[in-house]
Design a protein around this ligand. Structure first.
Ligand code: NAI
Ligand code: NA
Length: 397
């Protein structure tokens, strides 16, 4: 079967397993080109199969020699359907890790369930040396079934103030178009907090603590985003912003608990805007990202997911140059948020039109990044070659 890209707005309907291998390889190559670092030895990553969670796993394994457990929600081959990009990323990661003698174990399923927590804890106890040093919380999800009340909550990407209309990029049609983000009901805000807030992170820490699998000095970091003024309406003041504030509050609660019991730490880290499966579907965000890339690349300070996470880990979480704000948040988004960067992005934002957006933004770069998340647009992958799905179907993460 020859696999071609098919898009629907900001969603990729297909992905390329061979391209996924290249996607993972390039991130590994980056980490290997950098100095090794002293980091954690045993790590659990929730949301390990794509975006920031995958990059974190790659940095920790190939940069610090960490053994990793990944939890992700992904699908394998079903009939003529190729499976999800995160499925192939995980298989590619495993293959590369195994070659270097790095232990990597995966749990594919629902991280929000108690069953998943129990399975992971059992594995840590019986086969992973009994304790973990670090938990990275990098989930992006639209639904969560609360394991305690059994109710399924759906997150909404909406405003909490007023209707927000603004331009975005449609990668399917390759046009800039207006999108409107409606106002959330109180119920939609509450549901989004249920899905993307800190409740599940806290349940993980409580379960791991009860299971006795946290080491002395244990750390945990959850990923969040704040963003600049131009995206406040859709992000900071949106439903997702409400959820992220809940996550920040949870980090303080967890930090107190972990400090007391393990001499440990809990942080939220605010990352840079990047194209991922999760961010590509946020209204307005892709255009902001394309303008931001233009400015950051010109200034020589652009980072992809791997550079961003490698800097967070080597400089901040396991280094001596943490950038922390007055709200105790780690700030690897500090280059994105620089005043000169934002002033130039704002100037471009005022000038951008459906006619000029491909020239004045880094449209090509943002689109390439989006395609590469799904294994496409690598110059050294032959996309006309036949992919043997039956063979691939035998592989499991
Ligand atoms: P992503 O979509 O690439 O990754 C999400 C991960 O969560 C995947 O591994 C997926 O399998 C996993 N997942 C989703 N539902 C699950 C479930 N029920 N059980 C187990 N695993 C599940 O997204 P991305 O962008 O890497 O997002 C991760 C975190 O980083 C989010 O908290 C996001 O807000 C944050 N972030 C993203 C930024 C961006 O620009 N993309 C910027 C700053 C923060
Ligand atoms: Na992730």
């Amino acid at each position: 079967m020859v696999i071609k890209p098919r898009l629907k707005g900001g969603l990729a309907l297909t992905n390329h397993p061979i391209g996924a291998k290249e996607f993972v390889k390039r991130q590994i190559d980056y980490v290997k080109s950098q100095d090794k670092y002293e980091g954690p030895k045993k790590v659990l990553i929730i949301g390990s199969s794509s975006g920031y969670g995958l990059a974190t796993r790659i940095s920790l394994a190939f940069g610090a020699g960490a053994e990793t457990i990944g939890v992700a929600f992904e699908k394998g081959v079903e009939g003529k359907r190729v499976g999800s990009a995160g499925w192939w990323n995980t298989i590619a990661f495993n293959e590369a890790a195994e070659k270097e003698g790095l232990v990597s174990k995966n749990f594919i399923g629902d991280a929000f369930s108690m069953e998943m927590k129990d399975d992971v804890i059992k594995f840590i106890k019986e086969e992973f040396g009994g304790k973990i040093d670090l938990l990275i919380y990098s989930l992006a999800s639209a639904v969560r079934t609360d394991p305690i009340d059994g109710v399924t909550y759906r997150s909404a990407l909406k405003s909490t103030t007023k209707d927000i209309t603004g331009p975005t990029i449609n990668f399917e049609k390759e046009v800039m178009e207006e999108t409107t983000m409606g106002v959330a009901t109180p119920d939609e805000i509450r549901s989004t907090v249920k899905v993307m807030g800190g409740e599940d992170w806290k349940l993980w820490i409580e379960a791991l603590d009860k299971g006795g699998v946290l080491s002395e000095g244990f750390k945990t970091v959850a990923y969040s985003y704040l963003g600049p003024k131009v995206t406040y309406g859709i992000y900071k003041e949106g439903t997702i912003g409400a959820a992220k504030r809940d996550l920040e509050h949870t980090s303080d609660v967890l930090n107190d608990f972990l400090k007391e019991k393990y001499n440990g730490e809990a942080y939220v880290s605010l990352s840079k805007a990047l194209m991922t499966k999760a961010s590509a579907v946020i209204p307005i965000f892709p255009l902001y990202a394309a303008l931001l890339y233009k400015v950051m690349k010109e200034k020589g300070i652009h980072e992809g997911t791997i550079e961003q996470k490698h800097r967070l880990l080597t400089q901040m979480v396991y280094g001596n140059n943490p950038v922390i704000d007055e709200e105790r948040r780690l700030r690897p988004d500090n280059w994105e948020m620089r005043e000169d960067v934002q002033a130039e992005v704002e100037a471009l934002w005022d000038k951008v039109t459906p006619e000029n957006f491909k020239e004045i933004s880094d449209y090509a770069g943002a689109r390439e990044e989006f395609m590469q998340l799904n294994g496409f647009d690598f110059d050294n992958v032959d996309y006309d070659a036949d992919v043997d799905l039956d063979e691939l179907a035998k592989l499991k993460p």
